[in-house]
Design a binder for this molecule. Structure first.
Ligand code: GAR
Length: 209
C-alpha cells in the first residue's frame, strides 16, 4: 500500500497536529505530512511543523482577503502536492463548495462534541464546551467525521464519550475532551491511510485490517 500524502489545516495551538506527527514518527500511521497550512500567521502549529521539518504555509485573510481566493490558493497548493488526505485539526476558516467537491471523501475533521449535538455554525473551540455546560448534559465527547458542504454535517467516522461532572468548567472539560481527541484523530487518519474507511450514504463502514 502506498504511503498517503497528508495535508493538515490548522489555526492555532496544533496539539491535534502533534498527535498525527507523533503517530507517523512511531510508525502507527502509514502516511507523510507533506504540508501544514495555517489560517493564522502566528499559529503555534506552524512552529510544530517547523520543528519536524514539515513545510508550513500561511494562507489567511491578510494574503487572501476573500473566501474564494483563499480556497483557490488552498486547492492550488494541495493539487500541486498530490495530497490524498486533508485533515482539519482545529481549522477555523471556511472551505467553500468548490473545495469540498474537489476533495470529496478526502477531508476529515475533529470536532469537540458528540455530533449532531453542539455543532454547526458558531460551535467551535471553547464555545462548544460552554454550550455543553450551560445545557447540563451528562455526556459529551469528540467526533471525527468526513467533511461535506455543511458545517459538521458529514458522515461520522469515530466517536467517543466523556462524562461531564457537576463541577466541570470550560477548562477542565476541554482538557478531558482533548485527551479523547488525541486518541480519535490519529486513529481516524490511520484508518484512512490503510484504505479501511468506506462511505455508504451517511454511514462509514470500517473494514478489518
Ligand atoms: C480542538 O479542540 C478541536 O476539536 C477544535 O479546536 C481545537 C483545536 O486544538 N475544533 C473545532 O472546534 C472545530 N469546530 P488544537 O489546535 O490544539 O488541535
Amino acid at each position: 500500500m502506498s504511503v498517503k500524502k497528508i495535508a493538515v489545516l490548522v489555526s492555532g495551538r496544533g496539539s491535534n497536529l502533534q498527535t498525527i506527527i507523533d503517530n507517523i514518527e512511531n510508525g502507527s500511521i502509514n502516511g507523510k505530512i507533506e504540508v501544514v497550512i495555517s489560517s493564522k500567521r502566528n499559529a503555534y502549529a506552524l512552529k510544530r511543523a517547523a520543528n519536524h521539518d514539515i513545510e508550513g504555509i500561511y494562507i489567511g485573510k491578510e494574503n487572501y482577503p476573500d473566501v474564494d481566493s483563499r480556497n483557490d490558493k488552498l486547492i492550488e497548493v494541495l493539487k500541486k502536492r498530490e495530497i490524498d488526505l486533508i485533515v482539519l485539526a482545529g481549522y477555523m476558516s471556511i472551505l467553500n463548495k468548490r473545495f469540498v467537491e474537489i476533495f470529496k471523501n478526502k477531508i476529515i475533521n475533529i470536532h469537540p462534541s458528540l455530533i449532531p449535538s453542539f455543532c454547526g455554525k458558531g460551535y467551535y473551540g471553547s464555545r462548544v464546551h460552554k454550550a455543553v455546560l450551560d445545557y447540563g448534559v451528562k455526556l459529551t465527547g469528540a467526533t471525527v467525521h468526513f467533511v461535506d458542504e455543511g458545517t459538521d454535517t458529514g458522515p461520522v467516522i469515530l466517536q467517543k464519550t466523556v462524562e461531564v461532572d457537576f463541577n466541570d468548567t470550560v477548562e477542565t472539560l476541554s482538557k478531558k475532551v482533548l485527551k479523547i481527541e488525541h486518541e480519535l484523530l490519529p486513529l481516524g487518519v490511520k484508518l484512512f491511510c490503510e484504505d479501511r474507511l468506506h462511505v455508504e450514504g451517511r454511514k462509514v463502514k470500517i473494514s478489518m485490517s
